[in-house]
Every structure is written in C-alpha cells, then in structure tokens.
Design a protein around this ligand. Structure first.
Ligand SMILES: *Cc1c(COP(=O)(O)O)cnc(C)c1O
Length: 508
C-alpha cells in the first residue's frame, strides 16, 4: 500500500496524476491521504472537545448563537480543514452539550462507547445502504443477526420473530401502531388497510396507553389517520405505572360508548419517571381481548441485559412487538434503534414491491431485502454496525454491568434526596430518573424557586438538569445514564442546587 502520510500525519508533498483535475475530495484510492488527513484533523477536534469542554454547556444564549451562525457566508468556501474546523469549533463544538460529563443529568442522552464511534467511521465511509442485498451484502445479514440477538434477549422464539433497525423510538412506535391497526382490521373485518385505506370502523378504533407514555403515540395516531382521539390515556398508580384496574375500566367504558379497543401500548421505562408498566397484567388483558400489545421499551430496553433487574421486564416476551432504542440505553451514538415483532409473518403487512429494488420475482430468502421490513426509509444507514462493534468489543456482560451501575447510583441518589430536608422526592425509579424539587419554608412559590434554579444552572453551564410538570407543579429531573458518575458527583450537584436555591428571592 502506498502510504503518503508522514509520521506526524501531515500530507507528504505528493504530486497527483497529471489528469487528476480537481477531484481530490472524492473518496477514491488515489485520495486516501486526503481522507486520512481530513479524518485525523477532525479527530483532533474531538480530542480538544474532550479536554477543553469541562462544563456540560457553555451557557450561550440563543440570540448570540443565532448571530454567530447567521454571520457565515455559505457561498464563500474555506481553503483548508484547519479553517473549517476552527469555524465549526466556534459555532458548534465549543457550545455543544457534553453528554459524557457527570454534570449532565438532564435528558435521555447516554454517554457513548468508543467501539461504537469506531464503527461509525466505517458506517459513513463505506456507506452501505441497508435496503437490499445488492447494496449491503454482509450488512444485511449482520443487521438480521443483531435483530435475532435482540429478539432472544426479549425472550422471543428467534425462528418466528423478526424486526428492523429504525431511525428512533418514535418511528419504531409508529411501526407498532401501524401493525396493531392493520392486523386488527385484517383479522376482524378481512379489510386490507394497505390497499384499501381505513375501514369505516376506524373512526371508533381506540388504543390504550398510560398517561405517562411517550407523546410519539399521539403524533403517530394522528399521522395514521386515527386522530389523537383514538389514544386513551389511562391514569397511573402512585409509582406512575399504568393502573390496571383503571385500564380494565376504561376499556369497558369505551366499549359501552360503541368504540373498539384495538391494542394496548405498555411503556417499559417512562421518559419522566423511568418506571415500567405491569407487563404481565397488560399481556393478560390484551390476550383476553385478542388485541395487539406493543411495548415501548425505548428506555427500559437496558434492563434486557441486566442480571440484577431483568425481572422488571417479565412479560415483555408476551408482547406482539417491542420498541428498542440502543441510542437511549445501549450507549450508542444517534441513530440506533429497532422495532422487533414476535411473529414475522405479520411484518409482511408492510411489504411493498418496487420493480427496481425488490421485484416480486426476487422474493426468495436467498436474495434478502431489509427494505421489505422498513416503514418509512428506503435508503438506510448501516447503524447496526455500531452495535456490532460494541457487542464484540465489550460483550453483553460489560454492557449489563454499566446499566446495573447506573441503576444502583440512582438508588443511592434517591436516598440522598429523600433524606435531605431541603428536597422533596416525588417517586423512586425502576430505571434511572428522579423527579424532585427544592423547597424553602419561607418561599411559598416553589415553582418559581425551582424554575430559578434550573435557569441559573443552565446559563452558568455548570450543571444541566431537566424539568417536568406533575399535577401542575414544576419539578427538577435527573436522568442518570453515566456509569462513571459517582455519588460524590451527585453530592456536588445537589450542593450547587441548594446554593442557587438559597440565592433566590421572589423579586429576582
Ligand atoms: C425517547 C423515547 C421515545 C422516542 O424515541 P426517539 O428515539 O427519541 O424517537 C419513545 N418512547 C420513550 C419511552 C422514550 O423515552
């Protein structure tokens, strides 16, 4: 191999072929040194981000950020990678949220593992498209193997199950609802929604979710033509899990009103509380009604690998379909998600034949096409490769260990908050979210007090926390996803919160 890089990674003074023209940016063997130079200098900026960004956020205000970006003239090209990277550093990397720092405890953004980042380099450089075998030979089977592996963790019979990588949990949930709706219509009325559109009864279709389920269910119901009215939100118990007696009651009530229950979505790990709905009880009810059960395990899928806490997911294997977000809970970079179904024949409901891609005569198992399983994507990234890198380098046990560590840290944090008279803890978590607020006996407006604390933390950039409203009241929220975070880090975060809380005066 012809290596044109010097030991420092600089470009050697190499003369390009006479007729090469201005094609130096095309990914091609003759340009391999350009490729290495671009990747290496960009990796230097990643390293700079790690060393320099010691706070989770710079605290920059939107107005200033907008100005910086607007100033740039996109029609004026830059002359080198170093110019480009310094521009991008200034308007992006310097102000990027650093999810990997222990002081980032806001949303469901996990720190990422290095094997997945290495995989990402290959994903974009080779740029396989997962739609058909002729665009991704090994990738097609590697994705299938990871889907089977995930199905096995769920407890499905791998020969009967199937699935596909998706862009995210919202899209996987859409697939769950579409299959729920279409299978119901097919079985109950022999009506094919794919070809014939919605049956007249669809106006009365009802899907049951908990009132703490993810908002994507509402969005999905509206784009499916069922309307948000089709989503019935069942209240939750004291731990914010779907209340089973109320689920039964609501289903009966809807039936009495002439409506038609077509399925139940259980949430395994709610976004706001990290608690898991009673899956076995919900499976019993879905069976009794003979309707679809979908489990939104976008967050709770972490528990699949856990040895200590796996039992929280008991019953997930009875669901008809499951949403998995590896980019929430498997330490994967965005995007990396999957939709898994128990019965692969039901997935055929999504299949569409395009003569140029997967014509009917090519339908044999020996010429597989993942496009048959994908609901909204044709050209699709080989995101599965990142998970492959991760599993092969770390093994399932180490991933499980990270999850257990995070859950244990959350339990310790819950005790710290509950025992501190300055705080009020709202609920324990099955996973790793804690909802709480700071209180002061002399301040009646606890909402304003906690809003003040959140803004102070955000614009100082020192700590990023999230917030939510429960019963109309404003609460702070920790989402802990970093196994490196220690109780000492948490102690410092809580101390900072108190410091700002003490500074609050109602006029400020
Ligand atoms: C984040 C989340 C989703 C949506 O997943 P995306 O990957 O953000 O589209 C769905 N359900 C739950 C419970 C989530 O926490």
């Amino acid at each position: 191999m012809n290596n044109n890089l010097t030991s420092t990674g600089e470009l050697a003074n190499e003369v390009l072929p006479q007729d090469w023209g201005n094609f130096e940016h095309i990914f091609h063997p003759d340009n391999h040194h350009h490729y290495r130079n671009a990747i290496d200098t960009t990796a230097d900026l990643v390293q700079e981000f790690l060393y320099r960004n010691t706070k989770p956020f710079s605290g920059i205000e939107a107005k200033e950020m907008k100005g910086k970006v607007q100033e740039i003239d996109l029609n004026q090209k830059l002359s080198s990678y170093s110019e480009l990277l310094s521009e991008v550093d200034d308007i992006y990397v310097k102000h990027a949220t650093a999810f990997h720092l222990p002081q980032y405890v806001a949303h469901l953004n996990c720190p990422v593992v290095i094997p997945a980042l290495a995989g990402e380099i290959l994903v974009s450089a080779i740029n396989s498209s997962q739609d058909t075998y002729d665009q991704s030979a090994g990738g097609t089977f590697m994705e299938r193997k990871l889907i089977d592996w995930t199905a096995e963790q769920i407890g499905y019979n791998v020969n009967g199950s199937d699935g596909v990588f998706t862009a995210g949990g919202s899209q996987s949930n859409l697939m769950g609802l579409v299959m729920m709706r279409d299978c119901f219509s097919q079985k109950r009325y022999q009506h094919n929604i794919k070809t014939d559109g919605l049956p007249p009864e669809a106006d009365r279709f009802r899907i049951f979710v908990s009132d703490k389920s993810h908002f994507s269910n509402l969005k999905n119901a509206s784009i499916m033509g069922l309307g948000e009215k089709s989503i019935i939100k069942v209240p939750t118990d004291e731990r914010f899990r779907m209340d089973i007696p109320l689920l039964k009651k609501y289903m009966k009530r809807e039936e009495q009103m002439g409506n038609i229950p077509i399925g139940i979505v259980a949430t395994a790990g709610t976004t706001d509380f990290g608690n898991v709905d009673p899956l076995d009880d919900i499976a019993d009810i879905a069976e009794q009604y003979n309707i679809w059960m979908h489990v939104d395990a976008a967050y709770g899928c972490a528990l699949l690998l856990s040895t200590k806490y796996r039992s929280l997911l008991n019953g997930i294997e009875r669901a008809d379909s499951v949403t998995i977000d590896y980019h929430k809970s498997f330490f994967q970079p965005i995007s990396s998600s999957a939709f898994i179904v128990k019965n692969k024949r039901e997935l055929l409901i999504l299949k569409h034949h395009a003569d140029y891609l997967n014509p009917k005569e090519m339908d044999e198992e020996e010429i597989p096409a993942q496009i048959n399983k994908s609901i909204t994507q044709s050209t699709r990234r080989f995101d599965a490769l990142k998970l492959w890198f991760t599993l092969r380098m770390m093994g399932k046990e180490q991933l499980a260990d990270y999850t257990d560590t995070v859950i244990d840290l959350t339990k310790d944090t819950a005790v710290m908050i509950a025992q501190d008279p300055d705080f009020e803890l709202l609920s324990d978590s099955d996973l790793s979210v804690l909802v709480f607020r700071y209180t002061r006996p002399d301040i009646a407006d606890t909402d304003a007090l906690n809003q003040f604390i959140k803004m102070k933390l955000f614009y100082s950039g020192e700590i990023l926390v999230a917030s939510t409203r429960v019963n109309g009241n404003f609460y702070l929220k920790f989402t802990l996803l970093n196994p490196i975070t220690t109780t000492e880090d948490i102690h410092q975060i809580l101390t900072k919160i108190k410091t700002h809380g003490k500074d609050f005066s109602p006029e400020k």
